[in-house]
Write a protein that binds this ligand. Structure first.
Ligand code: HEM
Length: 491
């Protein structure tokens, strides 16, 4: 464990809280809206700004939660959090020049900026989402109409707290009245799963273990991936590829990639049952249950408990999983030719290849520039007895995936397109037949991967689609200064 000193000053009262602190939540509503009266919206926004929780606000909430726990007070502390972000179309509607959110244009580069394109187009040309006959992504209608101007994220301890806050926000913008400045497109609610599945996603794996430690924010760094420069996540700081040249209002913000991802959990479970690994890497014969558990762990790179297979490849270790000093302390070091411990294409190796990429001698750089801060939550009900028995999804469930970064090109888009959907990633020096294949969880395209069987790593296993994207959008979460000084009308 090392303590590091900040090399840049982050203004915790200026940065929205979800970006670095993570709004505390048991439940979260993504309120997607269209601006219908821009002049009035900019006036009304002044009344929302006092509700917007900053990083400083989150730190205070976390301390209050800790005190509440220490005092052994009953129930959860009643808390809510509000953050707001805008799409490119939202800025156009508001008449705000958002050109400094994009890299300086090189007319010969021919690269289209994902924020400007919007996710509906990016999904088709870059993310590999399945499409309909008309060329649109095969998404829910709400995400296809092209009027998503922004999202208000509302988190809280209970539905009652969040619903109350949402009503308060609707009153601010006159929603549902003839004088409304915004219209709700859809509101999607996510909830932490119940009981011992809290913090586990719907396939059953513990989530939210590996987020980057941030220089200038985190004071204690657990052993594991190198901490990232703050500008990898927050615009206008060292590590932001466009640190110089952002308009003043566009500093201290972050891009939010939101994805509405459905998970076919019964089908995933059936797949594991049908393809158990017969022997572990030491040649020990496995029971069908053990073989299925190992298969799932090798698809993710972690056991359901969260224990990383790079450290404990053939046996789960829940004590290691719960130990934040050890559960992220691995790097696939010296394994560019080997998937004995962890398949090249395992979800966590695809999305954070650690030392699979060159390590610059200077420390932060390379893979650090491509990291994202994940802030998702699960949605939908628990599996029913009927779904378990039939192995078929009857009720929609999945992840409201949300992540922050200072560059969508370097962060979410690259992780999905260039890493997860690319069968040749990570760069490997194994046998030619050991082509890594696609990320078995989120990879879009012709889905198969190698390395699932530790004793026969060349075997490619064909993979059905277990995660189905049904919508999404790219947003920018401005600073409080940006909200007050530029986006809201001067009062
Ligand atoms: C339904 C969809 C998804 C599921 C079920 C899922 C599940 C998980 C789980 C269980 C972990 C391991 C726990 C942890 O390290 O926090 C993880 C890690 C991670 N996921 Fe996902 N994920 C999904 C979608 C995505 C998407 C769309 C991306 C980005 C394109 C992504 C990026 C990451 C990253 C960066 C990590 C951390 C890797 C590391 O640092 O070791 N995930 N995910």
């Amino acid at each position: 464990m090392a303590t590091i000193l900040p090399t840049t000053t982050l203004d915790f009262n200026n940065i929205q809280g979800d970006i670095l602190g993570g709004l505390p939540k048991r439940t979260e509503t993504f309120f997607l809206f269209e601006i219908i009266n821009a002049t009035k919206f900019r006036k009304d926004l002044n009344k929302l700004i006092p509700l917007v929780k900053t990083v400083a606000g989150v730190l205070k909430d976390r301390k209050d939660i800790e005190d509440h726990r220490k005092k052994r007070l009953p129930g959860l502390l009643r808390l809510t959090g509000v953050n707001i972000s805008f799409s490119h179309l939202g800025f156009i509607k508001l008449g705000i020049d958002d050109s400094s959110l994009r890299p300086p244009v090189d007319p010969h580069a021919g690269v289209l900026d994902p924020f400007e394109l919007g996710q509906k187009i990016d999904a088709v040309i870059n993310l590999g989402d399945p499409t309909k006959h008309n060329g649109d992504p095969d998404w829910d209608e709400s995400f296809l109409r092209g009027h998503i101007h922004g999202v208000i994220v509302i988190t809280g301890d209970s539905h009652a707290s969040v619903n109350k806050k949402k009503s308060e926000i609707e009153v601010i913008f006159g929603a549902h009245t003839p004088n409304a400045s915004l219209k709700e497109i859809t509101s999607i609610r996510g909830d932490v799963r119940p009981g011992d599945q809290a913090a586990h996603e719907h396939f059953g794996f513990l989530d939210g273990i590996s987020n980057p430690a941030v220089i200038g924010f985190d004071t204690v760094i657990n052993p594991g991936p190198r901490p990232v420069n703050p500008g990898v996540l927050v615009t206008g700081h060292p590590g932001d590829p466009f640190e110089i040249g952002r308009a003043d209002w566009a500093k201290d913000g972050s891009f939010l990639a939101f994805r509405y991802l459905f998970q076919k959990a019964p089908e995933f479970n059936t797949f594991l049952k049908k393809h158990p690994i017969s022997e572990d890497g030491n040649g020990k014969v496995l029971t069908p249950e053990e073989g299925s558990e190992l298969l799932g762990a090798r698809m993710f790179g972690r056991w359901k408990s969260g224990a990383p297979i790079d450290i404990t490849p053939f046996k789960d270790d829940p004590i290691l999983a719960a130990d934040s000093k050890r559960n992220n302390n691995f790097a696939f070091e010296g394994e560019r030719s080997s998937q004995f411990k962890c398949p090249f294409a395992a979800h966590i190796r695809k999305t954070n290849p650690r030392d699979d990429l060159e390590v610059p001698p200077t420390g932060t750089g390379s893979v650090e520039a491509n990291r994202i801060m994940r802030r998702g939550i699960q949605f939908g009900p628990e599996l029913t007895t009927h779904e378990k028995a039939m192995g078929i999804t009857e009720h929609g469930r999945g992840v409201l995936f949300a992540c922050y970064q200072s560059s969508l090109v370097n962060g979410f888009q690259l992780q999905q397109q260039t890493w997860s959907n690319n069968p040749k990633f990570p760069p490997f020096t194994g046998k030619p037949n050991e082509l890594p294949g696609l990320d078995p969880i989120i990879g879009q395209g012709s889905r198969s991967m190698s390395g699932l069987d530790p004793l026969n790593p060349e075997a490619q296993l064909a993979l059905p689609n277990f995660v189905v994207p049904r919508g999404g959008e790219y947003f920018f979460a401005p600073s409080l200064h940006g909200l007050k000084g530029t986006i809201a009308a001067r009062t």
